[in-house]
Every structure is written in structure tokens, then in C-alpha cells.
Design a binder for this molecule. Structure first.
Ligand SMILES: [Zn+2]
Length: 147
């Protein structure tokens, strides 16, 4: 029996909005999928996304861990970051080239645009007056097909 890692109460376990982008990419959802795959762990989810700068080019850095899903309430089915198993915490670096290959591979297998998951629509924002608003997906131009 190993010691269970004590959770740090001052640690932010809240997911952060992605702010990275140098060229309009990346797409947060695809980075979640990519980092989860690279973690090699079932149930692993990233909760922070950064763009790191380096002399060799910028890259994406994700931090996450295996998180249980909420089983009830309004967050049902979503990861509970506060209950993350911190022994599975990992930092994963992905270069834009690696990520583009991942996207191309995914789109080929699924025959769908990865940004909008084939819907042709992407999230544009939310406001009090209009609620959630969507616009034509900028990657596939609304076709839902691989861009
Ligand atoms: Zn699309």
C-alpha cells in the first residue's frame, strides 16, 4: 500500500479556457483528445492548456490527471477535476506538427471535421441576451467534412 497523495487545497483544479493561439489554432477539443491518448491512461483529462514559447517554435502543454465523472447533478457525465487522482497527474507537451498529424489522422478515420465534429457549426460565444451562439465552422466552412 503506497501513501495516497494528499491533495493540495490551494491548487486550482478548475479547467481553464484555452487562450493559446498564434494562427487561429489549436482547437481545444482536439487537444483534449490528443493529450488523453498520449497519457495512455483511461479516464485521463486535461484541465489546463498553455502555449509555451521556445526558440524552436511554440508548443502546447497540457496538465491533467485521471478524474472521475460526476454521476448526478447538472455536471453529470463531466469530469470532476476536484476529485482527480493526483498520482496520475501528467504534463504533456505536443508540438503543432504532432497535433496536425493527430487531427489529420482522426479526420481520415472519422470522415468528419474535428473542430465541429461534423455539425458544420462552432461555438461563437454566449451572452445574456442571445444565450449560446454558433457560427459556421471556420475549418470546414460549414460542410462538416475534413478540412
Ligand atoms: Zn467543421
Amino acid at each position: 500500500m503506497g501513501d495516497r497523495i494528499t491533495k493540495q487545497s490551494n491548487q486550482s483544479n478548475q479547467p481553464k479556457e484555452t487562450t493559446m493561439t498564434t494562427d487561429g489554432k489549436p482547437r481545444t477539443g482536439s487537444l483534449e483528445l490528443h493529450s488523453a491518448k498520449l497519457s495512455g491512461l483511461k479516464g485521463w483529462v486535461a484541465w489546463s492548456f498553455w502555449v509555451k514559447e521556445s526558440p524552436y517554435g511554440n508548443y502546447y502543454q497540457m496538465v491533467g490527471a485521471v478524474c472521475p465523472l460526476y454521476v448526478r447533478g447538472e455536471n453529470k457525465g463531466k469530469p470532476n477535476y476536484r476529485a482527480a487522482d493526483l498520482s496520475t497527474r501528467k504534463t504533456i507537451d505536443i508540438t503543432p506538427q504532432q497535433h496536425q498529424e493527430f487531427i489529420d489522422d482522426w479526420e481520415l478515420k472519422n470522415n468528419q471535421c474535428m473542430n465541429c465534429l461534423g455539425t458544420g457549426q462552432e461555438w461563437a460565444g454566449s451572452s445574456v441576451e442571445h444565450g449560446r451562439t454558433y457560427r459556421e465552422c471556420r475549418y470546414c466552412k460549414g460542410t462538416g467534412k475534413p478540412s
